[in-house]
Design a protein. Structure first.
Lengths: 271, 191
């Protein structure tokens, strides 16, 4: 059992997927309003399995996990803000502070310049807001968040750090399971509630992969286009077919991202 | 008269004590901390750090002193760039966030034959732990190639074994070994 739990595939795919699937099914039938809470409830146990329970020393990966927890609280608080502009100002503040906290050490040690720091903030803010804006299309929103996390899992694993890749992979598995629950049950549920922590975690992991692990920054550019797929007009009523079409449209963007991450993996296979 | 005698004796003793403690600067061209770790149960992998600096204080009469070594974490070299990049990443050394590995010891105790123990603190990836080094033999002498015969060098090999998980470096456990043999091959030049 212990050996099984040590397996990276189990940690970052099988376990989070099955946990989220079970929790999602329970929540969507019993308390659909809190369906999204299956995300942190499924992700964090495996995140601690992958990264360990220690919080100190507070390195960038641990900061990201702490931010994820705080973002859950922030997302619940943002949900109480009825005026959209106030909500987005609040979200922008959360994202900006989070990025600054994670990247500040590398910025102060001249590892990155101010433009890169601001670029990271703009990139994260764009993705959080653009995916949050899709709240009227629950399945598409979930798919976009899942594809973002899955892409980061692939490029981080190939070109930067297995730890960051595994965490992104676990997040993608959770989002995928919740998407499956949404599509299978076709029940109305508050699936958008945890978009802030989900997307913020993904973008923070991607920025950590770039600034702490040497992933090519331009491998993230095409992932910034992922949310735009949702805005392509489609006269397809079947929810499965709609998702498949959107998935197919997203794949080239993922492929571009992986392509740009490839120089860093040209010598892979040393393991 | 007695007071003067005591004062002279005290002065002589003090001069002797202070004169006996010598300061050495680590020679980066001949100091390479290196490590060995089990690779997936197949074999031992070796690596070393290319950039090291620091100082040593040593009283060769009492064979006691202190050590302060700073290693550039990014200088890790296993002879394969991709693996070195991975070792620098947050999976292992996290070299961007923790650019240096340090070993500081105020408790150097050597025997007359140069062997002995060094008890100090190793800081790796932001975690500091007590680590004791075992010194096989310290040799100190005038450098044979120095034409002026002024360059006085001490050198030693010190070894220890740590568990990397104690320092929060847990990637790939248990497949990639937890136990790391570390060897410090040190040469230091007297200032």
């Amino acid at each position: 059992m212990v050996t099984l739990l040590d397996n990276p595939i189990v940690q970052s795919a099988v376990l989070p997927f099955l946990t989220a699937l079970a929790l999602g099914l329970v929540l969507i039938f019993i308390v659909p309003r809190w369906f999204s809470l299956a995300l942190p409830a499924s992700f964090y146990p495996v995140a601690f399995l992958i990264a360990g329970l220690q919080v100190l020393p507070l390195n960038s990966t641990r900061k990201i996990l702490v931010i994820g927890v705080l973002a859950v609280i922030a997302a619940l608080a943002a949900d109480k803000l009825s005026v959209a502009i106030r909500r987005y100002v609040f979200i922008a503040a959360v994202v900006t502070i989070s990025i600054a906290w994670v990247l500040w050490p590398v910025y102060t040690s001249n590892g990155i310049n101010l433009m890169q720091l601001i670029g990271g903030m703009v990139y994260s803010l764009w993705l959080v807001v653009a995916i949050d804006y899709q709240h009227k299309h629950a399945n598409t929103q979930q798919l976009t968040a899942m594809m973002l996390a899955a892409s980061i899992a692939v490029i981080a694993t190939l070109g930067a750090s297995a730890l960051l890749g595994q965490l992104s992979g676990a997040l993608a598995a959770v989002l995928g399971a919740l998407l499956l629950v949404l599509v299978l049950t076709n029940k109305p549920a508050r699936s958008d509630l945890m978009v802030l922590p989900a997307v913020l975690l993904s973008t923070l992991l991607s920025l950590a992969a770039v600034f702490y692990s040497g992933l090519n920054w331009y491998s993230l550019i095409s992932l910034g286009v992922l949310p735009l797929i949702a805005f392509i007009p489609m006269s397809v009523d079947n929810r499965w077919l709609r998702l498949v079409i959107q998935l197919v449209l997203m794949l080239p963007l993922v492929a571009i991202s992986v392509y740009f991450a490839m120089p860093a993996v040209s010598d892979s296979g040393y393991y | 008269m007695l007071r003067n005698l005591v004062a002279v004796l005290f002065l002589l003793t003090s001069v002797n004590v202070f004169a006996a403690v010598e300061q050495y600067e680590i020679d980066p061209a001949h100091t390479y901390p290196n490590f060995t770790i089990n690779h997936l149960g197949y074999s031992k992998m070796h690596g070393r750090f290319g950039t090291t600096s620091g100082s040593i204080s040593l009283d060769r009469d009492t064979m006691m002193g202190s050590v302060d070594i700073t290693i550039d974490a990014a200088s890790v070299d296993t002879g394969f760039k991709k693996r070195d990049d991975h070792l620098r990443s947050p999976d292992f050394l996290n070299a961007v966030e923790y650019p240096t590995i340090t070993y500081k010891a105020n408790n150097v105790k050597l025997n007359k034959d140069g062997s002995g123990m060094v008890k100090g603190k190793l800081s790796l990836a932001g975690v500091t732990k007590d680590v004791t080094l075992s010194v096989d033999q310290m040799n100190c002498a005038i450098h044979p190639f120095d034409p002026s015969k002024q360059k006085f060098v001490c050198g030693f090999n010190a070894t220890t074994t740590i568990n990397r998980s104690d320092f929060g470096v847990k990637y790939g456990l248990p497949a990639i070994g937890d136990e790391m043999q570390i060897e410090f091959e040190v040469e230091a030049v007297r200032k």
